[in-house]
Design a binder for this molecule. Structure first.
Ligand code: GTP
Ligand code: MG
Length: 180
């Protein structure tokens, strides 16, 4: 029997308040969704064990506060991150427009050795709302943004309907592992 090393992968989830960061993580880890909004204060993490090819990995996913007054994260928090997940709400333009700031802020704080190849993933959440009729950011616009940052993978998700959530986090885990 071969001895397998378990790899710990640190993932940080960023994005405006209310876009569904906590909901996506709850759906991914606990298979639960709540309509009720409870603002995240500071940061907290959940873990999930995964097998990727022949490797056992522990995904440590850090949920953060979108509301500025609840953000209290120092540089140390970002250090050692293996992947950064950016989330916006496809129905709220502002949450898309602020992606540049979140992206920039992460790179500034985490200062990865190679910012150009550091793995980010973008999630466009809440695609379930009004059957997609109330969305204001098109898939093309989101993909163009991803291309402009150097081919960031993009997933459209619904934490409510559990749409694409597993697929998105599998991509997160693979990207983090590849960067580790
Ligand atoms: P902060 O903690 O303030 O940064 O917010 P957050 O990004 O963690 O948002 P949260 O997950 O708390 O979700 C905000 C609200 O949106 C809640 O009322 C959720 O029920 C709702 N919500 C989250 N994801 C979805 C989704 O995919 N579809 C729908 N319809 N509602 C969602
Ligand atoms: Mg939250």
């Amino acid at each position: 029997m071969s001895v397998r090393r378990r790899t710990l992968l640190k993932v940080i989830v960023l994005g405006d308040s209310g876009v569904g960061k906590t909901s996506l993580m709850n759906q991914y880890v606990h298979k639960k969704f709540s309509q009720q909004y409870k603002a995240t204060i500071g940061a907290d993490f959940v873990t999930k064990e995964l097998q990727i090819d022949d490797k056992l990995v522990t995904l440590q996913v850090w949920d953060t506060a979108g509301q500025e007054r609840f953000q209290s994260l120092g540089v140390a928090f970002y250090r050692g991150a293996d992947c950064c997940v950016l989330v916006y709400d496809v129905n709220v333009l502002r949450s898309f427009d602020t992606l540049d700031n979140w992206h920039e802020e992460f790179l500034k704080q985490a200062s990865p050795s190679d910012p150009k190849t550091f793995p980010f993933i973008l999630l466009g959440n809440k695609v379930d709302i009004d059957g997609g009729n109330s969305r204001v950011v098109s898939e093309k616009k989101a993909k163009d943004w991803c291309a402009s940052k150097g081919s960031i993978p993009y997933f459209e998700t619904s934490a409510k309907e559990d749409y694409n959530v597993d697929a998105a986090f599998l991509c997160v885990a693979k990207s983090a592992l590849a960067n580790e």
